[in-house]
Design a protein around this ligand. Structure first.
Ligand code: THU
Length: 141
């Protein structure tokens, strides 16, 4: 598809799905993020009895990666056992726009369909730092 090793990324997303903590929805999702150093950081959804505190697989992956000191994110694969590939939620789209605005994303499900998209396509006209007054945004590295 490109020079990204999608097969390995898909495999890691599928494995991460098995680690999902989803006792309320029973809907398990896995994500795998290719980092600039070539490493892969995976994530799964982690639910909470206070439902709004649930963390999606995509955010788990990218938050884990940032916490591990990774940067320059190259690609994300997202897997759920659905007929149609699922689409990242709005909260994840905003987080991905913050940390990996140029990133391609491959969405996958059990049906075999593959949707190659990107953060920019999933969240056009994103609210970003360009809207902030200069003095507010200048701390960002
Ligand atoms: N979920 C994800 O992890 N990623 C998505 O892209 C969509 C939804 C999770 C959140 C919740 O644990 C479950 O799927 C049902 O919404």
């Amino acid at each position: 598809m490109t020079d990204i090793g999608w097969d390995k990324l898909i495999d890691e997303a599928q494995k991460a799905r098995e680690r999902a903590y989803a006792p309320y929805s029973h809907f398990k999702v896995g994500a795998a993020l290719l980092c600039g150093d070539g490493s892969i950081v995976a994530g799964c959804n982690i639910e909470n009895v206070s439902f709004g505190l649930t963390n999606c697989a995509e955010r788990t992956a990218i938050f884990s990666a940032v916490a591990q000191g990774k940067e320059d994110f190259k690609a994300l694969a997202v897997w759920a056992d659905t007929k149609k590939p699922i689409a990242p939620c709005g909260a994840c789209r905003q987080v991905l726009a913050e940390l990996a605005p140029e990133m391609p994303i491959l969405l996958l499900g059990q049906g075999g369909e593959r949707i190659l998209t990107s953060v920019k396509k999933l969240l056009p006209q994103a609210f970003d730092e360009s809207f902030l007054p200069a003095e507010t945004g200048e701390e960002k590295e």
